[in-house]
Design a binder for this molecule. Sequence first.
Ligand code: ATP
Length: 641
Amino acid sequence: MEDGKPVWAPHPADGFQLGMIVDIGADTLTIESLNQKGKTFLAPMSQVFPAEDDVNKHVDDNCSLMYLNEATLLNNVRVRYNKDHIYTYVANILIAVNPYYDIPKLYGPDAIKSYQGKSLGTLPPHVYAIADKAYRDMKVLKMSQSIIVSGESGAGKTENTKFVLRYLTTTYGSGQDIDERIVEANPLLEAFGNAKTVRNNNSSRFGKFVEIHFNEKNAVVGGFVSHYLLEKSRICMQSNDERNYHIFYRLCAGASEDIKKKLHLDSPDSFRHQQVGALKDPLLDDQGDFSRMCVAMKKIGLDDTEKLDLFRVVAGVLHLGNIDFEETGSSSGGCVLKNQSGQTLEYCADLLGLDQDDLRVSLTTRVMLTTAGGTKGTVIKVPLKVEQANNARDALAKAVYSRLFDHVVKRVNQCFPFETSSNFIGVLDIAGFEYFEHNSFEQFCINYCNEKLQQFFNERILKEEQELYQREGLGVNEVHYVDNQDCIDLVEAKLVGILDILDEENRLPQPSDQHFALAVHSKHKDHFRLTVPRKSKLTIHRNLRDDEGFIIRHFAGAVCYETTRFVEKNNDALHMSLEGLVSESKDKFVRELFENSIPNKDSKQKAGKLGFISVGNKFKVRVIVKSLKTFFGELSWIESA
Ligand SMILES: Nc1ncnc2c1ncn2[C@@H]1O[C@H](COP(=O)(O)OP(=O)(O)OP(=O)(O)O)[C@@H](O)[C@H]1O
């Protein structure tokens, strides 16, 4: 920092404020604010940065700033944003700020045309320029490419993903209407996979990897969408001011009287699975959105039968949520359906193609096969307590809905089929690092994935670039970064990693969240990255007991995870009686949703144990290996996942 030159110093609300250094202490600097002459304050030396000579000037690429630091980068992005320049480069990484309104001509046909074949930096920063670079690299290197779109909820990931797809299909299409079909398929995906949250009225509650495939002439031949980690907990429970998936409300609001009658639908507030969240939102038009969704369904070729299949299952899930149980009062300790749930049971069974009595029995008992009674074993029915029956009901609702979502994605993929392809450009739309007041299993998975992404940036951007500078003899100051391998190991190491500890807990006869949390602490007592909630800076976390959570020191900051429901959320399995019931539904569509659902029919479950399918490890395998392979390809650490 030079004498007499302005600096950026921390500001409680604005991030940074401009000032002049008036005194230098051992670790702190005394700064005089430029906005309030005469007002001085102290700031830690490490958080004060040199400012550019002209703070109102901006540059397309943050790397062109005279001083590149946290404060000048933020100021550059802010100055640009105020002039509607929402995109800024950091070398070949693009920063996008959500403008929350349509900037005229930013994405129109002329803009699409102008970026075709242009190197990065020739024209103002744009998501189209990134898409074109991916295309040119694919063509030259003859290798598939991936673009990672990351950011917090509401940052604009989905919108920018759509712009990339539109750019590629419009510019390098082969005359087919694949771009239109991809755009048209979106409303359907969003109806089933998006929901209103406090941060975004149309928040995608699933991650996706969209591939645009090209033939040997580098023309678009088709597309493919993979999805992962649909937020299943939302199907049965939403926070205040949030909602369940759009489709539930849209169906109740927009379906014709005839369909409503067939599906026994009423207003949304008559269904438990929708009562917790906000029912009405002036910014949402469920009725209009229903009509738009139906138009999109028609355009991508869904006929009335297919439409009704989807609606029937959605309605079935809604009715299922309304089934209530009460204790029998008998010595068996089990439960029965409440009297008023009789009608609901009938509707639900009817919509899902199940036998009423079979559904009743499967919800209130669990079939076990004991090893006693000869080679075939003996079937016994274990009565469920009210709480267990509630869990079974919710697990069934989640299983049916998530299978339905799988089907929707599969159906969407049929809209842009291709037989062979030479290469693809993949766009990974992935939630950024999440840190809320209450953090659960979903945040744990997302943040773990972000640790992996950070490691990629460490390896690829920082380490490799610096090695290159050194080889070429460029005197660039070394950038230090913290290796986060220890944090990744803490989560994914075999046997002792948190994911494996959780899987182990799920396999116990009586798994518990408390036992799991204690096991994590005992296995990693002195781990630098892990500590107990009572060590948190926030009172709300300090009130948690050791068996109620843990804190992980991530690269982006410490996050306190509350482990209540980790065990349940990690288990994707239904108990055998329910799984068997739906997979043998009289309804062909429901039966097909559950096809191949009982692979271990004859293994452990037959011996009377509850099935267990690990969500955490499935997430690890799916996201890290499959979706990111093109991006991380040759890096050695990805192979270990
Ligand atoms: N470039 C843009 N121009 C205009 N509006 C935008 C732009 N990007 C985002 N928006 C607006 O912001 C809203 C939220 O954006 P988007 O759904 O893409 O966020 P997201 O990062 O995908 O969020 P989530 O992780 O919750 O799905 C959009 O519905 C749109 O109204």
